[in-house]
Design a protein around this ligand. Structure first.
Ligand SMILES: Nc1ncnc2c1ncn2[C@@H]1O[C@H](COP(=O)(O)OP(=O)(O)O)[C@@H](O)[C@H]1O
Ligand SMILES: Cc1ncc(COP(=O)(O)O)c(N)n1
Length: 259
């Protein structure tokens, strides 16, 4: 069985973060492991508080995983500050982590900040170069590229700029485009548009977490980047389409629809 690790924050209401990642791993019949970076008080309506774990303790959790069950792929989500970024980078290098997917989570779907703005530089300089693929949404692409990202043309422009900062591929997610949900994969100097129909469903809490975790699963299974992203998008689209309706705000996805 493939072994997957997520390094991320929590969502006690089960829709995003570590909880969404572990559900995605289980739905793909892989073995899920998790290192928690921050404990977040949040639900479908928003975030009320965040408690960051200490970098030392996050390092100990990473030691516990890597010295025992070596992951076939690693998904990295919410990291709230520079010191947490640094310990993750140190441990990924120490244990030679493979198949690394970084979802540069900066703001939640509900609009709450999940990463200190001062951490962007450290993220770009130290963590992103270790990734096989990074998956910014349009807002995160704007912060990484320092240009406005409002449409498909901007997404291509931003992807070219971000590509120069990293070694791996970049997937600029178009979940916030009007009329469609097309994502742009930029890799080896080429643009690959992944067409996505916009599903009329307000329940999109955890879409980014789910997509990046599914990409990690597919990389662990030996698929190449393009196939991993295509398959992951198909899984995600099904999970939105399944139409689960929970909570008072933007509800979570249905991870069980294929089972
Ligand atoms: N209403 C929707 N219908 C179909 N796909 C969607 C919808 N909303 C988001 N997606 C898809 O969900 C994924 C996450 O996108 P996005 O919402 O941009 O990221 P994030 O969750 O990080 O803000 C992308 O593949 C995007 O195309
Ligand atoms: C701990 C944590 N990580 C990430 C997200 C972003 O969620 P989304 O996938 O909806 O952008 C979140 N709300 N909470």
């Amino acid at each position: 069985m493939k072994k997957l690790l997520t390094i991320a924050g929590t969502d006690p209401s089960g829709g995003a973060g570590i909880q969404a990642d572990l559900k995605t791993f289980a739905a793909h019949k892989t073995y899920g492991m998790s290192v928690i970076t921050s404990v977040v008080a949040q639900n479908t309506t928003g975030v009320t508080n965040v408690v960051d774990l200490s970098p030392e303790f996050i390092g100990e959790q990473l030691d516990a995983v890597f010295t025992d069950i070596y992951p076939d792929a690693i998904k990295i989500g919410m990291i709230s500050n520079e010191n947490i970024i640094r310990v993750i980078v140190e441990k990924l290098k120490e244990y030679d982590g493979k198949n690394i997917v970084v979802d540069p989570v900066m703001v939640s779907t509900s609009g709450n900040s999940l990463m200190k703005s001062t951490a962007t530089k450290t993220l770009i300089q130290e963590l992103l170069p270790l990734a096989d693929i990074i998956t910014p949404n349009m807002f995160e692409a704007k912060l990484l590229s320092s240009i406005e990202v409002n449409n498909r043309k901007d997404m291509e422009k931003a992807a070219r700029i971000i590509d120069k900062l990293i070694k791996g591929a970049v997937l600029v997610k178009g979940g916030h485009l009007e009329n469609c949900a097309d994502d742009l994969l930029y890799m080896d100097g080429k643009c690959y548009w992944l067409a996505g129909e916009r599903i009329v469903n307000p329940n999109t809490h955890g879409t980014g977490c789910t997509l990046s975790s599914a990409i990690a699963v597919n990389l662990a299974k030996g698929m190449d980047i393009l196939e991993s992203v295509e398959e992951a998008k198909e899984y995600l689209t099904g999970a939105i389409k399944a139409g689960l309706d929970l909570g008072k705000g933007k509800g979570p996805l249905d991870h069980l629809y294929r089972l």
